[in-house]
Design a protein around this ligand. Structure first.
Ligand code: ADP
Length: 436
C-alpha cells in the first residue's frame, strides 16, 4: 500500500481527493495558457502569471524577476505582495541569491527554510517588511536562454513545496517565458515603429521645407544666368550654358523630392484657397522659362483675358503644371514649341500643356499615369525622372474633383489636359464660360 511522507497509509479517498485536485489544477493551467497566448500587454501578462502561480502551488506570494540586460542583475518585474513599489527598486545579484542560483543554473530550486540557506538575499525582506520562509524558484527559459525567474514564496498551510509544485510551476514558467518574450518583442516593435513614424514625419517636413527654400534661390540663379546668356557676346556662352544645365538638374531634383514627399505621405490634405488661374500659370511658366529657352524652346501662353478664379490647393496645382512643363521640356527636342492654354470644358476649366516633342504611342497613353511607368526602358533612358510626376498629378487633380488625360501623335507632339471645377458665379470674370 502507498504511504504519505509521514508514513501513514494513503487511503482510497485521499487518492481520489488528490486526483480531483490535480485535475482542477490542470484545467486551471489550460485556461491560463490560453490567456497567456492571447495577452500582449506586458504588465497585465506578468500580473496574470504571478497571481495564477501563487494560486496553483498554494503560496502566499509570487514574483517574477527578469534579467536587466545592462547590469546583468535581476530586477523585480512583478510581485503579488504589497510594497511592490519598494520591490521594483531592488536589484538582486545573480551571485549570492536564490533567484540568481536558479537563473544561472537554469534549474528549479526549492528552499524549505531560507534562514538556513546562505544564498538567501536578505535585502528584499528588509526593504519590504515581508518575511520569506520558503521559496520555490523555477527558470523562465526561452529556448536555451534564461530570461528570468518565477518564484513562489511561503507555502501555505504549514506544509512545504513538493515535486508536484515544482512540476506545475515549471510548466507554467515555460509558457510564461514565451509569452513574456513575445510581449517584450511587441513592445519593442511598437516603440521602434513609433520612433520610425516620428523620424518619417521629421523627414517629410524637412523635405517640404528644404525643397521650398531651395526653389527660391535657384530661380534667381536661373533667371540671372539666362539673362546673362542672352546678353552674352559669345565669350561666356559655354560657361553660362553649364550653369543653366546644372541649375536645371537641381530644379528637376527638387521637383522629384516634392513628388516623392507627396507619394510618401499618401496624398496631402488640400489647402484650399481662391486664386487667379492665369497668375499661377504665368508664375510657373516664368520659373521654367530660362530652362526652356536654354533649349531654344518657344513658350506660348494662350490665356483668356478675363480673369478666372479657381478655389484649389495652389501649391499642388503648381506642382502639376510644373510636372507637365518638366516633361514637355524633357521630351521636346531643341527649337520646339510649348504652349500653355486655358479653355472651358464641360462646366469646368481646362488647362493644357502642348508640346511638339517625341509624342506617345496609343498603347502608352493611359499607362503613363501609372506609378513608376516610363515609356523608355530605364536601362537605356536618356531622360531623368522616376516615372512619378504624372501619377501624382493625376492623384492631385482627382482629389480636386477634376480629370487629367493625354492625347498625342507619335513623332509630332503631345497635349496634356487637366480640368478643375470652377464656380463661375464667384469667378472674377462673372461671365458665362462661353465668353472666355
Ligand atoms: P518621369 O519622371 O519619368 O517623366 P512621369 O510620370 O512624369 O515620369 O512620366 C511618365 C512617362 O510618360 C515618361 O517617362 C515619358 O515616357 C512619358 N511622357 C510624359 N510626358 C511626356 C511628353 N510630354 N512627351 C512624351 N512622353 C511623355
Amino acid at each position: 500500500m502507498n504511504s504519505d511522507f509521514t508514513g501513514r497509509p494513503i487511503t482510497a479517498s485521499m487518492e481520489s481527493y488528490k486526483l480531483v485536485q490535480r485535475i482542477t489544477r490542470l484545467e486551471r493551467m489550460v485556461g491560463v495558457s490560453r490567456m497567456l497566448s492571447s495577452t500582449l500587454d506586458l504588465t497585465q501578462l506578468l500580473q496574470l502569471i504571478i497571481q495564477t502561480a501563487a494560486e496553483l502551488v498554494g503560496a502566499e506570494a509570487a514574483s517574477i524577476l527578469l534579467e536587466d540586460e545592462r547590469t546583468g542583475e535581476l530586477f523585480f518585474a512583478a510581485s503579488t505582495g504589497a510594497a511592490e513599489e519598494e520591490l521594483l527598486k531592488i536589484q538582486v545579484p545573480v551571485d549570492g541569491s536564490i533567484a540568481g542560483t536558479v537563473f544561472s543554473s537554469g534549474k528549479p530550486l526549492t528552499v524549505h527554510d531560507v534562514r538556513q540557506d546562505p544564498r538567501h538575499f536578505g535585502g528584499v525582506d528588509q526593504n519590504t517588511q515581508f518575511e520569506t520562509r520558503s521559496i520555490l524558484g523555477v527558470p523562465l527559459q526561452v529556448r536555451t536562454r534564461c530570461i528570468g525567474v518565477l518564484e513562489a514564496l511561503n507555502k501555505l498551510g504549514n506544509s512545504t513545496f513538493d515535486d508536484e509544485d515544482v512540476r506545475i510551476l515549471s510548466t507554467m514558467a515555460s509558457q510564461a517565458a514565451v509569452a513574456i518574450e513575445n510581449a517584450r518583442l511587441v513592445t519593442r516593435l511598437r516603440d521602434a515603429n513609433r520612433r520610425l513614424s516620428e523620424l518619417d514625419e521629421l523627414k517629410t517636413k524637412f523635405i517640404s521645407i528644404a525643397s521650398h527654400e531651395l526653389r527660391t534661390p535657384l530661380m534667381i540663379v536661373l533667371g540671372y544666368a539666362s539673362f546673362l546668356r542672352e546678353q552674352d557676346q559669345g565669350d561666356m556662352g559655354e560657361e553660362l550654358d553649364m550653369v543653366l544645365r546644372s541649375a536645371r538638374k537641381l530644379q528637376t531634383i527638387i521637383d522629384q523630392m516634392t513628388n516623392l514627399n507627396y507619394l510618401e505621405t499618401g496624398g496631402v490634405e488640400l489647402q484650399q484657397e481662391c486664386f487667379v488661374l492665369q497668375s499661377l500659370l504665368e508664375e510657373v511658366a516664368e520659373e521654367w522659362r530660362p530652362l526652356l529657352e536654354s533649349k531654344q524652346l518657344e513658350v506660348r501662353m494662350n490665356l483668356p483675358a478675363t480673369l478666372i478664379e479657381v478655389c484649389a490647393d495652389r501649391a499642388q496645382v503648381s506642382l502639376v503644371v510644373s510636372n507637365l512643363l518638366n516633361n514637355a521640356f524633357k521630351f521636346t527636342p531643341e527649337n520646339g514649341r510649348i504652349e500653355i492654354g486655358v479653355r472651358p470644358h464641360t462646366g469646368k476649366v481646362a488647362v493644357s500643356v502642348v508640346d511638339t516633342g517625341v509624342g506617345i504611342t496609343p498603347e502608352n497613353l493611359n499607362r503613363i499615369f501609372e506609378r513608376f511607368y516610363q515609356v523608355e526602358n530605364y536601362l537605356v533612358r536618356h531622360h531623368g525622372g522616376l516615372g512619378l510626376g504624372l501619377s501624382i498629378s493625376k492623384e492631385v487633380i482627382e482629389q480636386h474633383g477634376g480629370r487629367i488625360w493625354a492625347e498625342s501623335v507619335p513623332g509630332r507632339g503631345s497635349r496634356f489636359t487637366f480640368t478643375l471645377p470652377i464656380d463661375w458665379g464667384k469667378s472674377q470674370s462673372r461671365r458665362p464660360p462661353s465668353t472666355l
